[in-house]
Each structure stands twice: as C-alpha cells, then as structure tokens.
Design a protein around this ligand. Sequence first.
Ligand code: AMP
Length: 186
Amino acid sequence: MRIVLLGPPGSGKGTQAALLTERINVPHISTGDLLRSAVAEGTPLGKKAQSFMDRGELVPDELMLGLIEERLGSADVKPGFILDGYPRNLAQARALDEVLERIEQPAEKALELVVDEEQIVERLARRAEEEGRSDDNEEVVRNRLAVYREQTAPVSDYYRDKGLLEQIDGIGSIEEINRRLADALN
Ligand code: AMP
C-alpha cells in the first residue's frame, strides 16, 4: 500500500500514521520526524532546516527532495509506505510523482484528515504542554496554519484531480478515526 496522508498540523496525522503502519505493515515516513532527527544530530541538513522549522516555515523544496528521495530509495519501502508531512506544496507533489514514477511505486491513495482550525489550535496548545515541541508555541502555530492554508491546502486538489483523494472526518477518538482510515483503505 502506498499512501499519502494529508491534513493540517495538529490533525492527528502522526498519531494515525503510527497506528496504520502497524495495521498494514509498511513504514511510516514522517518528514517532520526525519528533520527533527537531523536537527538533533546536527547534520548539515539539520543545520540548514532548523531556522525554517523554528519559524513554522517550509524547509526549501530542494532540501526536502534530497531527503525524501533518499528515504524512498531504502529497501524497507518496497512493500509500500505511509507518507506523513510530504508533499507540503504543489511543487513537492509534482516532484514526488516523478520520484515515485522512477521507482515504479506510484501513490495509490491520498487520505486527508479534515479538522477545523479552532480544534487544531486547541490540540496544538495541548501538545505543546505534553511534548514541549518548540514549534508548538502560539505565534509559530499561527504561522504554520497560514503556511498550510496558502501552500499545502492546494495539494488536496492535486490528488482529487488524480482521483486519489479521500477525505476523512478527523474529529473523534483516536480509535474512531483509525477505523475510518482503515475503512477507506479497504
Ligand atoms: P511536521 O512535524 O510535519 O509538522 O513538520 C514540522 C516542520 O518541519 C514544519 O513546520 C516544516 O518546517 C518542516 N517540514 C516538514 N515536512 C516538510 C516538507 N515536506 N516541506 C517543507 N518543510 C517541512
């Protein structure tokens, strides 16, 4: 199964991807997690990415493409993947299609978790308290949501046009939402 998971920051993508990865046995690829590891390890990519992440901006496309190409080239991706956090704009969506075409692994479904903005601000405030992520403070959250609206939301239409988009109600318990996602895959 080759799945692209879409949805705004705080929509529960990471949580749901972690559950789905066990259900369907393909790796969960989170570009946010990959970047946070790179920052923690102080790699050249991490050093370049950090200031963008701290401001809630997108890390430049060319850096992201290198990262995602390398990850998708790994052997464990043969049975499929759940992509979480990529693509974040139309250029990334097109670049991803090219990479996937080259490795003959085209995306099969784009699942979008739909959650309204008010709920998201609430959830991210809670996450800031629980996990202490530096980009979950109010000002950066507001910027991440603006970036989502302006740059990432159009990605849904891109997948809708390809006939791959399925929108899932992202409000409910973790189990309920996971069931909806699983149903969408059957
Ligand atoms: P996330 O954990 O997916 O919310 O990502 C955290 C931060 O990492 C984002 O606010 C961006 O700064 C950066 N990031 C993650 N994925 C991407 C991507 N596909 N393109 C650009 N920046 C990204």
